[in-house]
Ligand binder design. Structure first.
Ligand code: IPM
Ligand code: MG
Length: 381
């Protein structure tokens, strides 16, 4: 009989493989009825094939509802090109982060990043923090419309259309780079709606829109306006907004004044690292990249190549990403059991990875969590 769920399994590279092994141990022990389909992704495929997200992996993702993704190494364009197989060099192949590509290719427009302090975690900035970030995941400065030297047609057009471009138009093309921040009404409204919908469903009081509309007037102005319009449909949820810079200060000063945050892509990227740090750092930050048909779950941390294969890093972020995946798949009871098990292990404080001041390995942490899963409701003893 075929399994109930088909899940794309994308370990990637670096510590991605370590933490995925840990997550798998927990998923197996929670008794998820799933078939895991391995997908090639990451730095090795960039070096060997010139593509960190090979077409066969894209095909695999087309046939599943969910994927769990570990981590992958990414490097700036010039360094990346140097590591390509000699036969692939000088062909103008350029590196783009596979996770960013997956988000755009599959329109995974919600980046959901819950940041909740588990009681007793020695890394908590404060006990009781419970923030949820909704980051727009496909547009903004991540649109990928960039020019590392400005083509003359672009220079002339910008010069003709915007007086503010005048000082730049006079410079030699190779002295100027342009990255376009592109935000759409549809993109802004749907992330705002996702945030408000979540707040309304989970009984959260407030959504704070993070922006810089006082300076970045066109794009962030549109984002803020879209959020305000959506907020009207949710009279029971308060709307609040703050500039990204002030937000970083306020979050540290008064973390309990905030609840759900919604932001365009880049500010969401920044603010979600800050929020993750307040609840234990990257060992606790997990993400869901969620679209209509597919969702890709991942720890927020990177691939930390120097720790690869050492089974040293904290797998909790990935285990919590797996928990989010179970919710998306409708396996809410299993999701809750994982959440409770993580909470129990953190509260007891006997098993701690190095980031938490302990010496437990990645797999020891996973074992400890698996041991606390308890029996499924309705399971026979
Ligand atoms: C994240 C990461 C990615 C991003 C990187 C790895 C491209 O920082 O998921 O937050 O910038 O979105
Ligand atoms: Mg980030």
């Amino acid at each position: 009989m075929s399994a109930k769920h088909r899940i794309a399994w994308l370990p990637g590279d670096g510590v991605g493989r370590d933490v995925m092994e840990a997550a798998r141990l927990v998923l197996d022990r929670v008794g998820l009825d799933a078939e895991y389909l391995h997908g090639d992704i990451g730095w090795d495929y960039w070096c060997r094939e010139g593509d960190a997200l090979p077409a066969r992996t894209v095909e695999l993702l087309k046939g599943v509802k969910a994927a769990l993704f570990g981590a992958i190494t990414s490097k700036p364009a010039k360094e990346a090109e140097k590591e390509l197989a000699p036969a692939l060099q000088g062909k103008g192949i350029s590196y783009r982060s596979p996770i960013v590509r997956m988000r755009q290719m599959f329109d995974l427009y919600v980046c959901l990043r819950p940041c909740k302090a588990f009681p007793g975690n020695p890394l908590n900035y404060r006990e009781g923090i419970d923030l949820v970030v909704f980051r727009e995941n496909t547009e903004d400065l991540y649109a990928g419309v960039e020019f590392s030297t400005v083509p003359p047609a672009l220079r002339d057009t910008l010069g003709a259309l915007s007086p503010a471009f005048k000082p730049f138009a006079a410079l030699p093309a190779e002295e100027v780079a342009v990255s376009c921040k592109i935000n759409t009404r549809k993109g802004s409204e749907r992330i705002a709606r996702a945030a408000f919908e979540f707040a309304a469903k989970t009984g959260r009081a407030k959504v704070t829109v993070v922006h810089k509309a006082n300076v970045v007037r066109a794009t962030d102005g549109l984002f803020l306006e879209a959020a305000r319009r959506v907020a009207k449909d949710y009279p029971d949820v308060a709307l609040d907004d703050a500039n990204i810079d002030a937000m970083t200060m306020w979050l540290l000063k008064n973390p309990f004044n905030y609840d759900v945050l919604v932001a365009p892509n880049l500010y969401g990227d920044i603010i979600s690292d800050l929020c993750a740090q307040m609840v234990g750092g990257l060992g606790f930050g997990c993400s869901g990249n969620i679209g209509e048909k597919l969702a890709v779950f991942e720890p927020t941390h990177g691939s930390a190549p120097k720790y690869a294969g050492q089974y040293k890093v904290n797998p909790i972020a990935t285990i919590l990403a797996a928990r989010m995946m179970l919710e998306w798949l409708g396996e809410t009871e299993a999701a809750q059991r994982i959440e409770n098990a993580v909470a129990a292990v953190v509260r007891e404080g006997k098993v701690r990875t190095y980031d938490m001041g302990g010496s437990a390995s990645t797999m020891q942490m996973a074992e400890a969590i698996a041991d606390r899963l308890g029996a499924a409701v309705g399971a026979r003893a």
